[in-house]
Design a protein around this ligand. Structure first.
Ligand SMILES: Nc1ncnc2c1ncn2[C@@H]1O[C@H](COP(=O)(O)OP(=O)(O)OP(=O)(O)O)[C@@H](O)[C@H]1O
Ligand SMILES: O=C(O)[C@H](O)COP(=O)(O)O
Length: 408
C-alpha cells in the first residue's frame, strides 16, 4: 500500500505551510481551549525545533454561523501550548500575508487568517480544480513544503486540504499519522480476538452507518444513549420520547427504523441491549428501572443502568479491540455519567487496543478524571472518524499518498 511522507522525511530549515484543524467550540465569541490545540502543538513545536519557517493555516466555523470567527484567539491559545509566540496575521493570502511569510525567520511561526473567510476554500471540488484557485496558486510558490495535519477535516474536499498538497511537496504531520493509523484499524486491520464497538450518543444516522458497514467485523455492539433506545424501541419496548422541543427520537426513528430492523434481523447475537436504564425521579434524583418494567414512555431515560454497566464492562475487558462511538448517557450531568464514565474506565483498565472518538464522548475522559494515556488513541475527529470507521476514503489523506506516487 502506497503511504505518505511524514515529518521524518522533511529536511530541516524549510519554509513550511502547515494545515491544522483548530475548529473549536465558541461560546459568545470566546474560543474554548480543547484537545485539538494540544495535539497540533506537538507538530508545530517539532517544526520549529527543526528550524523551519512556519505559516499555519486553519479554519473556524462556517460563514453564517456564530462560530465563524477570526483565528486571533486560536493563535494565542496555540502559543501557550507550543510555549512560543505565534503571531496572528489577519490575512490569508493577500499582501499582508505574503509579507509576513517573507519576514519569517528560522524557528518562527505565524497563524494566517481563517481560510474559510476566502471564497476559494469551501466549495467541494476535485483536487485538480482546487489546485487552479487563486488561494492555491498564490500560496504554493511561497513554500518549500506542505504539512497536512488536519486529519479531522480530511473528509472535506476543500482547497487547503486537497488543492495545496497537489501543488506542493506534501508531508503528513504527527496528528495526521496517529489519527489515520488508529481510526482506520477497524476497517484495515485483523484482530485475533473479539472486536467490540460502543454504539451510543445522539447521532443515530452516523452510528447506524458505522454499524451497517462494520456489521461483519464487530462481534459486540454495546448499545446505549439515544441509539440504544431506538434499538430497544425496535424490539418492542416503549422507550424514547422527544424532550421539550428537541427532535432527538422521532425524526431519527423515522429515518433509521428500517436499517435498525435489518441489523436486528441479520445480527441478533452481536447486538447487546441495555438491560436497565436511569432517569430522574420525582425528587430529581437518579433512579433505575429494568427495561422490562419501562411503561408508556414514562420518563426521559438519560443513562444506562448499573447492570448494563457491569455487563458492558465485562465484554470490554475481554475484547481485543474496543472502538467507542458515542456516549452511553447524558454524561455532562453527573447523575447520568455512570454508564459512560464506568465503561470508559473499564476500557482504559483493560489491555485491549482502544480508540475513543467523537468530540463529546472524549470530553468525558477529562471530565471524570481518566487518563488519556490509558487508551490506545483518543481521536480529535468527528466526521472524519465516521468515514474512517466505515472504511470510506478520506480525500485529504488520499492526496498525501498521491503526492508520493507523483514524485516516484
Ligand atoms: N439518553 C440520552 N438522552 C439525551 N442525550 C444523550 C443520551 N445519551 C447520550 N446523550 C448525549 O449524546 C452526546 C454524545 O453523543 P454524540 O454521538 O452526539 O457525540 P460524539 O460522537 O461524541 O461527538 P461529535 O460527533 O460531536 O464529535 C452527549 O453530549 C450526551 O449528552
Ligand atoms: O470540526 C470538524 O469536524 C472539522 O473541522 C470539520 O468541520 P466542518 O464540519 O465544518 O467541515
Amino acid at each position: 500500500m502506497m503511504s505518505y511522507r511524514t515529518l521524518d522525511d522533511l529536511a530541516d530549515g524549510q519554509t513550511v505551510l502547515a494545515r491544522l484543524d483548530l475548529n473549536s467550540p465558541v461560546s459568545v465569541g470566546v474560543v474554548e481551549d480543547n484537545r485539538r490545540f494540544s495535539r497540533h502543538a506537538r507538530t508545530v513545536r517539532e517544526l520549529l525545533d527543526d528550524g523551519h519557517r512556519v505559516a499555519l493555516l486553519a479554519h473556524q466555523g462556517r460563514p453564517g454561523r456564530d462560530t465563524f470567527v477570526t483565528l486571533e484567539q486560536h493563535a494565542e491559545i496555540l502559543s501557550e501550548h507550543v510555549g512560543r509566540e505565534i503571531e496572528y496575521v489577519p490575512d490569508t493570502y493577500g499582501e499582508t500575508a505574503l509579507t509576513a511569510i517573507d519576514d519569517l525567520e528560522a524557528g518562527e511561526a505565524i497563524m494566517l487568517e481563517n481560510v474559510r473567510m476566502t471564497d476559494d476554500e469551501l466549495p467541494e471540488r476535485e483536487p485538480e480544480e482546487h489546485a487552479k484557485s487563486d488561494l492555491v496558486q498564490t500560496l504554493a510558490p511561497e513554500f518549500d513544503a506542505y504539512v497536512g495535519d488536519a486529519y479531522s477535516t480530511a473528509h472535506r474536499k476543500h482547497a487547503s486540504i486537497v488543492g495545496l498538497p497537489l501543488e506542493m511537496e506534501a508531508y503528513a504531520g504527527r496528528v495526521m499519522v496517529s489519527e489515520y493509523e488508529a481510526n482506520s484499524a477497524i476497517a484495515n486491520r485483523e484482530f485475533d480476538g473479539e472486536v467490540t464497538m460502543v454504539a451510543g450518543g445522539k447521532k443515530a444516522t452516523d452510528v447506524i452507518d458505522v454499524m451497517t458497514s462494520l456489521q461483519d467485523r464487530v462481534d459486540n455492539f454495546l448499545l446505549g444513549g439515544i441509539v440504544g433506545e431506538l434499538f430497544l424501541r425496535a424490539v418492542g419496548y416503549d422507550v424514547g420520547r422527544d424532550i421539550d422541543e428537541s427532535d432527538l427520537y422521532e425524526s431519527q426513528w423515522r429515518a433509521n427504523k428500517d436499517r435498525i430492523r435489518e441489523l436486528i434481523e441479520s445480527h441478533p447475537s452481536e447486538l447487546v441491549y441495555p438491560s436497565d436504564l436511569a432517569f430522574a425521579d420525582e425528587n430529581d434524583e437518579r433512579s433505575e428501572v429494568t427495561v422490562a418494567d419501562v411503561k408508556n414512555k414514562d420518563h426521559d431515560y438519560l443513562d444506562v443502568g448499573s447492570d448494563t454497566v457491569e455487563q458492558f464492562s465485562d465484554i470490554a475487558a475481554h475484547s481485543e479491540a474496543v472502538f467507542v462511538k458515542g456516549a452511553l448517557g447524558m454524561f455532562e450531568d453527573e447523575r447520568f455519567s455512570n454508564g459512560t464514565a464506568r465503561v470508559l474506565e473499564a476500557i482504559g483498565r483493560s489491555d485491549c487496543f482502544s480508540v475513543v472518538g467523537g468530540g463529546d464522548t472524549s470530553r468525558a475522559i477529562e471530565m471524570y478524571g481518566m487518563d488519556e494515556a490509558d487508551f490506545s488513541h483518543v481521536s480529535i475527529a468527528g466526521g472524519a472518524y465516521i468515514n474512517a470507521l466505515t472504511g470510506r476514503s478520506l480525500p485529504g489523506v488520499e492526496v498525501l499518498k498521491g503526492s508520493v506516487e507523483a514524485t516516484h
